[in-house]
Every structure is written in C-alpha cells, then in structure tokens.
Design a protein around this ligand. Structure first.
Ligand SMILES: NC(=O)c1ccc[n+]([C@@H]2O[C@H](COP(=O)([O-])OP(=O)(O)OC[C@H]3O[C@@H](n4cnc5c(N)ncnc54)[C@H](OP(=O)(O)O)[C@@H]3O)[C@@H](O)[C@H]2O)c1
Length: 336
C-alpha cells in the first residue's frame, strides 16, 4: 500500500539544473512553490541564458557549461532538462562526476543508451531516475493501490492516448530527427509508461505510424499484448493532431477512467460491477512535478539508488518497447 506524501515534508537535497528551457522553467517553478528543496546551480550552453534563469528563480550560481555544474561539490543531484539526443551525454557526464541524476523523459533515444547509463549508475552506486512525473501524482498512487488490492479484478484492457498538435516545422524538436523528435518519444512515452505501470512489460507489440516528411512518427498506435494474462493495452500518441488525451483500464470487476488530461488529471472515475459510480479526487500543490522531486529527495536522503515507483530497469525495459515500436514503424534516428 502506497501513501500520498506531502512534497513540503521531503528532506532537503541540493539540486543542479542542466538546460534552461521550457520544462526546466515549469519544474523549477513547482520546486519553488511546493517544496523546500535547495536549488544551488543552473547550467545552460550560454552563460547569459543560465544567468537569466538563475535570476528568475533565485538560484545562487549560473554556469555557461554543463561540465562546470557537474563538478560543483555543492550539487547532490542533477536534473537534466534538455532535448532527447543530449540526454545520454549529459547524464554520462553527471554520473561520471559522481552526481545522482533525474532525467527528463523520454529517458534516452534508445535502449542501448539507457542500459549504458543504468550500468554506469549501478557501478558507481548513484541514484538515477527517469522524470516520469505522472507516476508520482496522488491519483496514480490511489489507482495503483486499488489495482493492487484487486478492486478491478483481473486487468484485461487499457486504452491511453496523448496527441497534441504542433504545426509541422522540421526545425523544431518535435519534428527534427536529429534531436530525437517524433510523437513516440515526446508523448507516446507517457502512454506506454502508463500502460506498463499497470500491466507490466508486454510479451508482444504491434505498431503502425504515419510519418512526417522529416521521417519522424507524426502519429503512432501500438497494441501491447500480454498473452499470459489475456490482456491488451492500446497506446496512442500524436504530434500532428490533438486527441482527447484520456485513459481507462478495465478488469473483470470494473473500470477506472482518467479524464483528460490523463497525465495530469483532477480525478479518477471508478465503476465497479454492481456498485454506484465513484469519483475520487485529490488536489496537487502546484502543477504536480513537486511529487517526483520529493520522491528523489527521499530516495537520496535514505541512500536509495532508485525509486520503487520508477525503477531504472523498468525505464530500460520501456526504452526497449519504444525501440520495437519505432522499428515496426520504420523510424530511425541519425546514427542508429
Ligand atoms: N515532464 C514534462 O511534462 C515535459 C514537458 C515538456 C518537455 N519535457 C521533456 O523535457 C525535455 C526538454 O523539453 P523542452 O520542451 O524543455 O525543450 P526546449 O525548451 O526546446 O529545450 C530544452 C533545452 O535543451 C537544450 N537544447 C535545445 N535545443 C538543442 C539543440 N538543438 N542541441 C542541443 N541542446 C539543445 C537547451 O539547453 P540550454 O538551455 O543549455 O541551451 C534548452 O534549454 C525533453 O526531454 C522533453 O521530452 C517534459
């Protein structure tokens, strides 16, 4: 049985941030609003950009390169918030410098990179986690508790979609294969991770995609098959169209639906056989990222090298699922 914990109550650890872009702004704002964590430094490829970010969030140190940040002895853990193709080198740099790492999704471009990082972190006894923040939200704690208690019976069927339209522009990170673009790594990772969180790693995968002119997947649908359990998950993602973005899971005794957006919902809608519909809700303190940040702080403070909610071997296995989906859809990144 998992417990919903107050992010403000997490022990304080010292954070460094790599990358001063879109998601870093959102996550650091959450850290400031809903945790007591110590933000000690930020690094960007340009010193000026790092300085502007540092001033905005009252972070004492700004570095104009990533190596400077990872060699700062005042940093315990590095939050990596850069584009997909830079995840592997940035995390390798941090781990080799002896820093723990929280890395944005999708964890790496492929499973080969993910496995190398997992091995490096294990060899060095360092904490490493994919920032799959939705898993740490209160409603996911409640959903896992209900599933694990058997309330839904035997899980059989799930459906999860995350489509959000970005105008086609091959120079953006969404459509540029050179930076790991495409629907699957940016949005499908949420759909796949959600299904895997509840059903596990699938035994078989069938996938189809529509490709953008730049060669990345513009929309992709996959059936994850769990042959031993007679279960299936239909996972979808898109960057060329906006979809309802809800999710549901059904078992032999009932269903739970997460209304849009399933990745940051306000409630669970529960329908058990023979019972009245139930709605379960729980507010978040800020935008929700505070829960994953607090989990990292608790793990580090307890001397744990991974979180049981997003274990590193599961991240590596999920990257294998994404590899297989891309392979079936004919999507490759440069150099693969
Ligand atoms: N958790 C979530 O809800 C969420 C939401 C959106 C995105 N993300 C993830 O967060 C990561 C960053 O996304 P974002 O939207 O924040 O991206 P972004 O603002 O476009 O870029 C983030 C940072 O990546 C570096 N960067 C950008 N373009 C680059 C290039 N061509 N080559 C090398 N580095 C480059 C820059 O770092 P410098 O500042 O050092 O120059 C930039 O600040 C991705 O992994 C994405 O999937 C997560």
């Amino acid at each position: 049985m998992e417990t919903i914990l107050d992010p403000f109550a997490a022990p304080v650890v010292r954070w460094g941030v790599i990358g001063a872009g879109g998601i870093a702004n959102t996550v650091i704002d959450c850290i400031r609003k809903a945790t007591k964590q110590d933000l000690v430094a930020v690094a960007a490829r340009s010193k000026e950009r790092a300085q502007t970010f540092a001033e905005k969030f009252a972070i004492p140190k700004a570095y104009g390169s990533y190596p400077e940040l990872v060699s700062d002895p005042a940093v315990d853990v590095v939050y990596i918030a850069t584009v997909h193709n830079t995840h592997f080198p940035a995390a390798k740099l941090a781990l080799e410098a002896g820093k723990s790492v929280l890395m944005e999704k999708a964890f790496t471009l492929n499973q080969h990179e993910a496995r190398q990082l997992a091995d490096l972190a294990k060899a060095k006894g360092l904490f490493l986690m994919e920032a799959m923040w939705t898993r740490f939200l209160p409603h996911m704690v409640e959903l896992r508790n209900r599933v694990n208690a058997g309330e839904l019976g035997e899980l059989r069927y799930a459906h999860v979609d995350f489509g959000y339209r970005d105008e086609y522009d091959p120079s953006t990170r969404f459509y540029d294969p050179a930076v790991g673009g495409g629907a699957l790594l940016d949005r499908g990772i949420y759909s796949v991770s959600w299904a895997v969180n509840l059903l596990g790693i699938p035994d078989a995968i069938s996938a189809r995609a529509t490709l953008a002119p730049s060669g990345v997947d513009a929309q992709v649908s996959a059936i994850l098959d769990y042959t031993a359990n007679e279960a299936q998950a239909l996972v979808e993602s898109a960057i060329n169209v906006t979809t309802p973005q809800d999710a549901w899971i059904s078992g032999t005794k009932g269903s739970v639906r997460l209304p849009a957006p399933f990745w940051a919902p306000t409630r669970l809608e529960i329908q058990l056989a023979g019972s009245d519909p139930e709605v379960w809700s729980h507010p978040t303190l800020a935008r929700g990222y505070e829960y994953e940040i607090a989990e990292v702080a608790r793990c580090l403070s307890d001397g744990r090298t991974e979180s049981s909610v997003m274990p590193i071997d599961e991240t590596v296995a999920i990257m294998g699922v994404l590899d297989e989906i891309r392979a079936q859809c004919g999507v490759k990144f440069p150099g693969e």
